[in-house]
Design a protein around this ligand. Sequence first.
Ligand code: SF4
Length: 891
Amino acid sequence: MPEHTPQATKTTCPYCGVGCGVLAYREADGSVRVEGDPEHPANFGRLCSKGSALGETVGLDGRLLQPEVAGRTVDWETALDAVADGFRRVIAEHGPQAVAFYGSGQMLTEDYYVSNKLFKGFIGSSHVDTNSRLCMASSVAGHKRAFGSDTVPGNYQDLEQADLLVITGSNLAWCHPVLYQRIKAARAGNTDMRVVVIDPRRTDTCEIADLHLGLAPGTDVWLWNGLLAHLAREGRADYAFLEAHTEGFGEAIQIARETAGNVPTVARQCDLAEADVASFFRWFAATGKTVSLYSQGINQSSVGTDKVNSIINCHLLTGRIGRPGMGPFSITGQPNAMGGREVGGLANQLAAHMDYAPETLDRVRRFWNAPNLAGAPGHKAVDLFQAIRRGEIRAVWIMATNPMVSLPDADAMREALAGCELVVISEAMRSTDTTAVADVLLPALTWAEKDGTVTNSERRISRQRPFLPPPGQARPDWRALCQVAERLGFAEAFAFDGPDAIFREHARLSGFENAGSRDFDISGLAALDRAAYEALRPRQWPVRDAADTERLFADGRFFTPSGRARIVALQPQAPANAPCPDFPLVLNTGRVRDHWHTMTRTGKSARLSAHTVTPYLQVHPDEAAALGLEDEALAQVESRWGQVMGRVRIDAAQRPGMVFVPMHWNDQYAVQGRVDAAVNPVTDPLSGEPEFKHTPVRVRPVAATWHGFLLLREAPDAMPDCAWWARAQGVAFTRFELAGTEDFESLPELARRLLGDDGDWVQMADPARGTFRAAWLRDGRLQGCLFMGPQASLPQRSWLSGLFDQQQLATRDRMALLSGHPPPGQKDAGRTLCSCFGVGENTIIDAIRRGCRDPEAVTHRCQAGGNCGSCVPEIRELITRHARPVNRRIA
Ligand code: SF4
């Protein structure tokens, strides 16, 4: 037999905005192996824990494989007819503005382009928006206000070349890990490089910080206005640059002086130590090569656009833009948020970075030969769903997103969608919170099957190439859109025969009557044939000819009517909803290290599900004491809009007065786990981006008479019937964390229901301690085990999890089973901390106790931290807690 040597497919990671290149291999056994692409300029071979586990997410379990209409499986023709007929009926009765499209930063640029062209150009609805509105719209609005265009000026090399890197509103270590690793490596090689992290929470990103500014939430504009005033006062303004290339600086400096004119004022407004503010200002003033990197902590705010401009202002004032190692840098959350912006996939954009202006409307109408081009901006995401709720929008097509989990005020949004006349959903997964309200379900391709392009945060266009065949009836989103367009009478304009044809048209439009007047121009790629498109290497736009563009604004020319950048005068404002006696805390939401969005993919991976198993709420020890919260116990966070429940994590890294809850959990993975049900729907007036970082809430403990966990070899048909559960995928089992209010006498009966009992059943009850433990085996093989007790502190799950690997339970393991602890001679690895190598916390602690005193030594001993490095901050913390002083012999 010839040896199977799989060919690598070069593709791009579908998770965050770093846009890492991936080599994907199909192994002989059908599994998929991935490696970082050493030639891709975003990652040079690195991958984070999520990227490394991509091969575990491509299975077909849970996939939507056939179209459905009204819950019945149908063929594509029937489904497409239902979509076209439904849209035609609504348009005939209520006009084109009664239909909408809601897309996603997960979509490929080609899918995005076709959806935007169909809805805006041919149906005539401007209500085309995207979940990218929820993560980076404030950056778009800030860029356009300052530069006259939505331009990220720099590139990833600038982050490595900077002597001062300011990371604000971003837990880069968890949310953009490969970029964080690149910065960490650059810092190790440049002893002059300083890092400042600005974030109310002390996150893992602070591992590389020379200074952490844990400012009061929402006070960023005071801080950056203070810096602006300081730079002007200290003579750091570049007046030659200001005079030649900017406008508005006089008024901006004046207002900055009035609102944040000295260090004590800034320190008081931001609740920071004066010395820390002074250090930050001094370092920024003194360091020419400064990059300010920002993300959702800046964008997701009712004053997000002002925050963005307050950062850009300081770079414009000092002329630090468009040159190596300097500039403001917005990093996007999603893999193709930038691609969506490029095609015009936002309700206030038209196409190809053109707005709704008379001359651009005329230009796009002529280019598309579009009969019904929408004439004015449409509803932004939150407004769009509120318009559905009001009955103004009666038909909506949702693609590649799960808005019932990700929108603020998510319960109200669910009601809105449930009442909508026609809801069409293109999805790869059969059961999500959003597919539950669909009238028509269209099976979509997912990462391993998709063919097209994405653009990362440094304007780099990369190919996503398929390496698995389309499963079942699933087909590309662009094709479904074109087939509906055809049924609506627009066949000629949507006669694309592949993604390369769409890309060519997109590239041509970007250069159409451009002549340097618009930043987005990839006309240099407009003549690619299929083979050249197939082979396309990562390119950084603008690409007007053969060359890429590494940086923009090097010539000091901007895209405003005057050609000058605008320094915006900013009056600092507090976030829209302030804490009050009924809701005294501030809810902050964000990501965990190993999960992505609503877990439809990462939730399939046992490796990724092991690091953070349940939804949680992180509170400061002072808050926990005041509220009577115990570590690991259950608690509820409640706002005016809704609730979320999770386990308590008491952590001094959390700022007092705030509570952090991750964004990922949903009805498929936990009871009351959707944090966005509690998030207020207020938005930034310019960008329309919601305030995910600042909702007034209260927190209360949730009474439970018992806590427990359940490990089951076979995933159950129904979720556990107890007050609270959270589910996570294991290697050979499904894990549930549980809590309930039943009394002790009821536990055996409940256990039988939860665990199943058609085999050998063993149990152990201790009424005095209130504990109940049970397991069942079939033919000597462990099928499930359940541990219940009055406290959340129960045996660790790792050793028990390993028992599911055994075909036949060893006698000594069987005897130890209900103790929950390994028999003598075996070790419990503990909670998985290093996802890449599956190394548990106890193994790392053991390494530390054996003398490892730094993360490198721990890696050397047990591999932990040796791949993506995301767990290194946690390893460092374990070293701090567990390293014993070395005993020295006294001579
Ligand atoms: Fe994917 Fe991780 Fe790279 Fe982001 S940093 S693109 S999640 S591998």
